[in-house]
Design a protein around this ligand. Structure first.
Ligand code: SAM
Length: 175
């Protein structure tokens, strides 16, 4: 699955430049939950430039290992920090209130209790920080996604837009 998600062909269907570049500016601090093999992480790392920082947090060591190799190949290791988290916590308490933009793409449906995830992301964001959540339509129906956004609102998020992302439900949430 990871290899399909990292395939260059995916760009024809879901282009990171149109999906995440509008929210990534040079110098920004980004938190990516469940980066997988880095389909979004690497373009975001390029976009935030040498003064930016991206924290990529995943439960699977295998994903992080592949991503680490790609990050090193591109000499981006000083601006990309890879972290292994647990099923129960993202373990990003040291980032509280410092993140400008968070991305959770095709990951929330894999988490048994999204409330802790939404809470930890909310705490990591600076006031006015943004979270883009996208969930695959094949895994999450309209009602399930609406329920997720309602839960996000109980964690202090405000739904500001529904970006058009192929094959996905998506919401742009402001904290
Ligand atoms: C379907 S993949 C999506 C990868 C990437 N976001 C993309 O769109 O290419 C889901 C990723 O979320 C990770 N994941 C699952 N549960 C997680 C959790 N509780 N915390 C962090 N990452 C998690 C998986 O290990 C996997 O790398």
């Amino acid at each position: 699955m990871g290899y399909i998600l990292a395939s260059p062909l995916r760009r024809l269907y879901q282009n990171p430049e149109t999906i995440v570049f509008p929210y990534c500016k040079p110098g920004m601090r980004v938190l990516e939950i469940g980066p997988g093999m880095g389909f979004f992480s690497l373009p975001m790392a390029e976009k935030i430039g040498s003064s930016g920082k991206i924290y990529c947090v995943d439960v699977q060591e295998k994903m992080l290992r592949t991503l680490r190799r790609k990050v090193l190949q591109r000499k981006l290791d000083y601006r990309v920090e890879l972290r292994r988290c647990s099923e129960a916590s993202l373990e990003v308490h040291d980032l509280n209130g410092t993140i400008d933009f968070a991305l959770a793409f095709a990951v929330v449906h894999e988490v048994p209790d999204p409330d802790f995830l939404l809470d930890e992301i909310a705490v990591s964001l600076r006031p006015g920080g943004i979270l883009l959540i996208a969930e695959p339509r094949g895994h999450v129906d309209e009602t399930g996604f609406a329920e997720l956004i309602r839960r996000a609102e109980t964690h202090g998020f405000r739904n500001t837009a529904s970006p058009d992302i192929r094959g996905s439900h998506a919401a742009l949430l402001k904290h």
